[in-house]
Design a protein around this ligand. Structure first.
Ligand SMILES: [Zn+2]
Length: 225
């Protein structure tokens, strides 16, 4: 378990950062959050395409190395200054998906876990897309499962994820998401990180269950499947 966040400490860090140089997260050089050469190296990193729930997933990056570091800094430490370099390519994939989809296609985000939302106070996917100029997206909702309350099993803080078998992960995730007002509509789904694909597959299931059709999934980063 990571230590509980301290608002005063975050505020202090933000003030200190105004006066101290920031170290590049890629190479440690005193610079912006990501120096010019690390930005260039990031731009050279490979994209990933895989299938999730029978739908093509376009990922802006493979989830490894510097990309993984940047996403963890964004999601766990609230380093919003790294959203730009990651978000541009994510948003570009959403725009391309929309260009190839039927008119009227909607973009829906996979919601963050309740735990992640409480800890961060912002939705990383909203930020990533906004940095790339994509705004006004909708999102799926967390479903209340009788007896289990609001489920949030994803993310690095989701205790026990790694220890569970693939089947147990799927069983624990089915029914946790819900889509509204997608009857007869085409949908592009977006999430930040896709690893096992269980959460994205549940998002696909939720859209289909509500009468919609998922034409593409987009992620900022994905592991190889
Ligand atoms: Zn650097």
């Amino acid at each position: 378990m990571p230590p509980a966040p301290h608002p005063w400490r975050d505020a202090l860090a933000a003030v200190v950062a105004l006066f101290l140089p920031v170290a590049c997260l890629g190479c440690g050089a005193p610079d912006r959050a990501l120096c010019r050469s690390c930005r260039a190296a990031l731009a050279e990193r490979p994209r990933r395409v895989r299938l999730v729930g029978g739908v093509r997933l376009d990922a802006a990056f493979e989830y490894e190395g510097l990309v993984r570091t940047l996403l963890l800094e964004l999601k766990l430490r609230g380093r919003v200054d790294v959203a730009g370099p990651l978000g541009h390519r994510t948003a570009a994939l959403v725009r391309r998906a929309l260009a190839e989809a039927p008119p009227g296609t909607v973009v829906l985000r996979v919601p963050p876990s309740p735990r992640g939302r409480r800890r961060r106070g912002f939705d990383p996917v909203v930020l990533l897309l906004a940095r790339g100029g994509v705004r006004g997206t909708g999102r799926l909702h967390r479903a209340r499962v009788p007896g289990r309350g609001l489920l949030g099993t994803r993310g690095p803080a989701g205790a026990g994820q790694k220890e569970r078998t693939a089947l147990e992960r799927v069983a624990a995730t089915v029914g946790t998401l819900r889509a509204d007002r997608v009857q007869g509509r085409d949908v592009v789904l977006v999430d930040d990180v896709v690893t096992t694909g269980v959460t994205m597959a549940e998002a696909v299931r939720a859209v289909r269950a509500a009468g919609g059709r998922v034409v593409r999934c987009v992620a900022t980063a994905s592991v190889e499947s």
